[in-house]
Design a protein around this ligand. Structure first.
Ligand SMILES: CC(C)(COP(=O)(O)OP(=O)(O)OC[C@H]1O[C@@H](n2cnc3c(N)ncnc32)[C@H](O)[C@@H]1OP(=O)(O)O)[C@@H](O)C(=O)NCCC(=O)NCCS
Length: 201
């Protein structure tokens, strides 16, 4: 866009609002994501997922996070940075357009150096609170069979595994995302208590 010489400078791009919430660990900085954050997330996926699923897993993960999530679901997603700007954690989620009582968490990841400190639980509680306040009554999510940490995490957060084909570890939805793309499906009800969670101790 041309600017008249001496005219007003173009407005800076809007800075994403801060999703303040007592469950978001206070020593980290939180904001909603923007389109340019997609590349930063893609850059850490293989490391943060520990190479889970090999090359095929790597390709699938990258394809599951197109830029549109960072643009069009920003207000229901959250992005964490350390004081030096390093990416620390992210959650991509949204309210269902077709099912007003449902919200969906699509992706979550935490820097391996920050695991088991309640970071992902804090992100989920933030998501539960804003989804419940917006009228959702349940949150759905899926994960890959074999991702034991993810299954344990979701179970710890109160998600129920939807019955499917029994395997040694967990019930699986066969071919859920396409031929050979099996998934574990979770659901968790939202209650009024989710709208006002206590600050972490
Ligand atoms: C799954 C993941 C997001 C959990 O993040 P986190 O910040 O370490 O999780 P929290 O500290 O909030 O864990 C909350 C509870 O979940 C359970 N949990 C989390 N990670 C676990 C693990 N590796 N093994 C067993 N239980 C686990 C525990 O009950 C934990 O509470 P505790 O530490 O008091 O025992 C993280 O391991 C990760 O980023 N993994 C790679 C990406 C991934 O698989 N994402 C999910 C699929 S999209």
């Amino acid at each position: 866009m041309n600017r008249t010489p001496g005219g007003p400078a173009p407005a800076p791009p809007p800075s994403p609002a801060r999703p303040d919430h007592p469950t978001l660990p206070g020593e980290l900085r939180w904001r909603h994501p923007r389109g340019a954050d997609q590349a930063r997330v893609l850059a850490v996926l293989d490391d943060w997922w520990g190479g889970f699923g090999g090359e095929a897993g790597s390709r699938q993960r990258a394809l599951l996070l197109p830029r549109l999530f960072f643009q069009h679901f920003a207000d229901t997603s959250v992005f964490g940075e350390a004081a030096d700007g390093r990416l620390t954690a992210f959650l991509i989620g949204f309210r269902s357009a077709a099912q007003p009582d449902a919200a969906y968490i699509h992706f979550v990841g935490v820097d391996p150096a920050l695991r088991r400190r309640g970071v992902a639980a804090g992100l989920y509680r933030w998501f539960f609170a804003q989804a419940a306040a917006g009228g959702a009554r349940r949150v759905d999510a899926i994960t890959s069979p074999g991702n034991a940490a993810s299954v344990a995490f979701h179970t710890a957060l109160g998600f129920r595994i939807i019955p499917g084909q029994r395997t040694a570890d967990v019930d699986v939805q066969t071919d859920y995302d396409g031929p050979g793309l099996h998934r574990v499906a979770f659901t968790r009800p939202l209650t009024p208590a989710d709208t006002a969670p206590a600050a972490p101790s």
